[in-house]
Design a protein around this ligand. Sequence first.
Ligand code: G3I
Length: 448
Amino acid sequence: MRLKRALRATVTLAGAGVLTAAMMVSLAPTASAGTTLRASAAEKGRYFGAAVATGKLSTSTYVNVLNREFNSVVAENEMKWDATEPQQGRFSYTGGDRLVSHAQANGMSVRGHALLWHAQQPSWAQGMSGSALRNAAINHVTQVATHFRGKIYAWDVVNEAFADGGSGGRRDSNLQRTGNDWIEAAFRAARAADPGAKLCYNDYNTDGINAKSTGIYNMVRDFKSRGVPIDCVGFQSHLGTTLAGDYQANLQRFADLGVDVQITELDVMTGGNQANIYGAVTRACLAVSRCTGITVWGVRDCDSWRGSDNALLFDCNGNKKSAFDAVLNALNSGTPIPTTPPPNPTTPPPGQVGCSASVSVNSWTGGFVATVKVTAGSAGTRGWNVNLTLPSGASVTNTWSATASGSSGSVRFTNVSYNGQLAPGQVTEFGFQGNGSATGLTPICAAS
Ligand code: G3I
């Protein structure tokens, strides 16, 4: 990505000031005494992460700050396509495995970055096109997500696929030229390979409501309506000297689609406003209950890809900057994620409409992923539920695009807010992961 472009899509700091004041009024601070980013974020049900270059894990200043302050990591480069598949079909996981081990030894979760991206492709892939590239790309997703299966909290399945500027459309790339459905194909392959990982779309210059973020918003809405497995959207947030006044509103509109949101690559231009912007971004995340965490793109200023911008929370000696204090204070006064979801305020009116359901199961020894297709009858649906009886010994461990009631024996899956209402004949999908085997499932669909 180009930094200048990333920094261009900002509004004045007056906007940030308005945002800050508005959020301070609307929050109900809770007493908290965290002194590290990781402890204070955890108290609010969030993670606080950093991008890591594994080559620096032997530098004591670096690793001391990392282990003390962060409870999530992402590989700055080591899980990208050029690093993990330098030659076609030959996979290299040395750096990624090292980071996962470090995370596991230090109580950190891992974000995976990034399965497919137009940049940092190995040279063999750069020279490919058409179905050969599509097949290679999907194989890459499958292999890498399978290797790290069970170890990744969230994968950036696709990174930076939308164009800058006002089009709101896709970026041209060799991947895009394989067909517009390359993104959903990648998400489906990632789900099949690691059903427990949250699957994210990640991009930059999306730090407010603008043409690019709206293009992504429309894609996510479409994916949710068609049952394409997407769980989260990452907002990189490589920021300049101002913050969009609608930064929080933009996060919220994505959350309202039924996906988590995460701040994935935060760094901010140095200067008088740096601490204010860091604080405002943190408050915005905490004010959105589906904002599950924040990652800064590096540990110390001298670790940053932004060079002399001094864009991070610690100086090169590992000292805390005022930006650190702003983030910590914001974390300590922010809103915890509610432990119980708020009640649904609307009761769908009953109607005599029908639906049908079919299920396909992807199994391996000891586990399975089931994808259930729900088709509305001739009257459409206002809501639906699907009953399934699991074989003895099988149990549901994870569900997406539906809510499960029960986990073994007879299990009822009910629509979530965004996929209950279906037009006549419209199809939506939900899925679940389970232990044991799931043969002979017969879904029974009921509509309201
Ligand atoms: O490792 C080689 C080294 O062997 C070689 O001598 C040197 C010579 O240039 O290059 C080294 O690789 C560099 C690598 O960083 C590791 O330092 C690459 O040239 C350089 O291009 C690469 O830059 C990374 C950049 O992505 C690539 O586009 C940055 O570290 C990384 O911070 C940056 O991260 C991206 C996110 O993935 C996506 N969002 C934007 C973000 C910032 O650009």
